[in-house]
Ligand binder design. Structure first.
Ligand code: PRX
Length: 631
């Protein structure tokens, strides 16, 4: 743990963008704001919450019964009222809320705030017709189309809890999430589109709802021609459901602490964790950071490239921008299809001013070369964002120079599904330190500590923790209180992020990676245990261990070590079969990039696989303390 990171620290170089952007920014001076927060944290958050509309006010800003916090206690609101109604009934009625782009040129759909409001209300009324009401869980398994967002907002409108499942997940992953929340309705589409090909989703849903007794109805958006047949016992067409539905639907008055959504994230065991976020606190966190960290103004055109199936898409693709009344773009595109200039062409075409993406995409673009972005006019850009994994200095430099033309500040935002909102970054106008996400945002107290919760000196590696509750913190792990408590009782008095980090003399934090068995592949969390259990569910596999191998493009790749059952012989064919099996059970994001057949695995005497030892051997490094190794 006491690793020394002085080399990196000494080589640090600051980039200072034009300070004009800070003068005009919503956040203003970071230090001043941070001190304002420290002086009275509850008053700070209360002032932010007052910028939004509530049906009735809180009687207390926060209660903190370790490890349970409640925020805006006793208040009532509806997040869709703040995302839609307040814009529709104020000056943004005809402002564009959402622009969607498909893969083909000209494939575009545009919704003004009024049109989005009406579409959400119609679908909300449709859901009501199916008997969905407050507190019911609804699973949304869709490609990135406007209806995906409309479905999320429609659930929120009537107080139903949405669980969005990334459209790239396979049957088991979807089944686990549907049954985990006990979804009453599943909303899906017949197909998604990727690289010119139709990817069928409906057959995955058909398999995933077997032995999922909670599911009463499946709503299907039919995009393909000719339209697929529906099985009328369970399935209903999206458009049939909203036929004749009113475009007015009263927003349900939600208690600030009612559940808004459950979003699954990988854990260190085979079953993913259903992270619970609430209506009031999450709304305030999403609004605050979209406005004050991205600095979204009324004339901005914003694009977050994340799929709403991930937390980044929830907070900064859907709720954050709508809460601020922004115009935002969503796309069902792949960064290099039909050519590696597609994203830059969209920035030019839509005049994007605030752009949010992941380091893995930036590194891919670095490979395809500057000539691609250089073909397009990127002068509309004002703020660049990064999320999901460390933005390494080379990628920072490229992003800053080639995309931002040395004009645009980069906000490298560190946060998690569990935190709901940005936690650590370098606000615009502050000196940027490549490789370092930055400092905790005003409203957040973060630190780098040892196992006992004591701050470690600058330059020394430690555990990244958050010291005080914040409004958009997860409230629990759905149905697993003990797993929730672990976040707060692993390190005394702190919320543990399970990230390893180091702090510079200037207080800037560099996030180095995970301390647990999560592998971050292309910015997505994959649990080793999830992949291992998928492998072991194959009839030929006796045991499996999975590790992450550093990769210059994707951050990490998955490598699997597999012990076959007696009588099965290793072969290339079997490798392909196993990869296919993981693809079908978990989805393409979780497939191992290499598989090695082995006779044994390093284990502790208690039988736990020592992945750390496998990794050290694989990377030719010292395996460290192996005193607990069985053999
Ligand atoms: O390890 C950190 C990494 O992603 C983890 C959270 O993953 P997830 O819940 O899927 O949310 C991703 C999007 C918020 C963190 O524990 N991570 C996220 N952002 C950064 C990061 N690592 C370094 N720098 C970041 N900016």
């Amino acid at each position: 743990m006491a690793e020394d990171f002085n080399v990196t620290l000494n080589e640090a170089q600051y980039y200072t963008p034009d300070t004009e952007c800070k003068k005009n920014s919503w956040l203003g001076d970071y230090e001043k704001r941070y001190q304002e927060f420290l002086a009275d944290p509850d008053a700070y958050w209360e002032a932010i919450a007052r910028e939004l509309d509530w049906f009735s006010e809180w009687n207390q800003v926060k209660t903190w019964n370790y490890p349970h916090a409640e925020w805006f206690c006793g208040a009532a609101t509806n997040i869709t009222y703040n995302c839609l109604d307040r814009h529709v009934f104020n000056q943004r009625r005809n402002k564009v809320a959402l622009m969607w782009r498909g893969e083909d040129e000209g494939e575009e759909r545009v919704f003004t705030y009024k049109q989005l409001y009406q579409a959400v209300n119609r679908f909300a009324n449709g859901l009501k017709k199916l008997g969905v009401g407050k507190g019911d869980r609804v699973c949304i398994y869709m490609p990135v189309v406007p209806e995906q967002i409309i479905a999320m907002l429609a659930c929120a409108r009537i107080g139903a809890v949405h669980t969005v499942v990334f459209g790239g997940f396979g049957v088991n992953a979807l089944h686990q999430r549907i049954t985990g929340v006990g979804a009453k309705v599943v909303i899906t589409a017949d197909i998604g589109v990727r690289r010119g090909k139709a990817i069928t989703l409906k057959n995955i849903v058909e398999e995933a709802v077997v032995n999922a007794p909670s599911v009463e109805r499946i709503v299907i958006l039919r995009r393909d021609d000719p339209k697929i047949e529906l099985h009328s016992e369970m399935e209903i067409d999206y458009h049939d459901l909203i036929k004749g539905a009113s475009s007015e639907c009263e927003p349900e008055a939600m208690d600030a602490e009612d559940i808004l959504f459950i979003l699954y994230t990988s854990g260190t065991t085979g079953s993913p964790k259903g992270i619970v976020h609430t209506c009031g606190g999450y709304m305030v966190g999403a609004y605050y950071t979209a406005k004050y960290i991205f600095d979204i103004k009324d004339n901005d055109v914003y694009w977050c490239t994340a799929d709403p199936g991930w937390i980044t898409g929830h907070t900064y693709g859907v709720y954050g921008p709508l809460l601020t009344g922004a115009t935002s773009l969503i796309t069902e595109t792949t960064p290099d299809y039909p050519h590696p200039g597609i994203w830059w062409s969209l920035i030019e075409e839509y005049g994007i001013t605030v752009f949010y993406t992941a380091p893995t995409a930036i590194r891919m673009f670095m490979r395809t070369g500057e000539e691609w972005p250089n073909r397009y006019d990127l002068s509309s850009l004002r703020v660049l964002g990064s999320v999901g994994e460390p933005l390494n200095p080379e990628a920072f430099e490229w992003y800053y120079r080639v995309i931002g033309k040395e004009r645009c500040p980069i906000v490298d935002t560190w946060w998690q599904t569990e935190t709901g909102m940005h936690m650590i970054t370098t606000p615009i106008g502050e000196p940027m330190r490549p490789g370092f996400a930055g400092r905790p945002i005003p409203g957040v107290i973060a630190d780098v500590v040892d196992q006992g919760g004591n701050s470690v000196p600058p330059g020394q590696g430690g555990l990244l923790v958050i010291r005080e509750p914040w409004p958009s913190m997860m409230r629990t792990v759905y149905g697993d209180e003990e797993r929730y408590a672990r976040y707060w009782n692993t390190i005394p008095g702190c919320y543990t992020t399970a990230d390893l980090a180091v702090k510079g003399d200037d207080g800037y934090i560099m996030v180095i990676g995970r301390t647990d068995d999560l592998i971050i592949v292309a910015g997505h969390n994959i649990g080793t245990a999830e992949v291992e259990s998928a492998l072991v569910s194959h009839a030929s596999v006796a045991e499996a261990a999975v590790i992450g191998i550093p990769d210059p493009l994707k951050g990490n790749l998955i490598k699997a070590f597999v012990i076959l059952i007696d009588g099965k012989e290793p072969s290339e064919k079997l490798k392909n079969e196993l990869v296919y099996h993981v693809r079908m059970t978990l989805g393409p994001i979780a497939i191992p990039s290499s598989i090695e057949f082995v006779d044994s695995l390093p284990k502790t005497r208690s039988g736990k696989i020592m992945r750390r030892v496998l990794k050290a051997i694989e990377l030719g490094m010292d395996p460290g303390d192996i005193s607990t190794l069985e053999d």
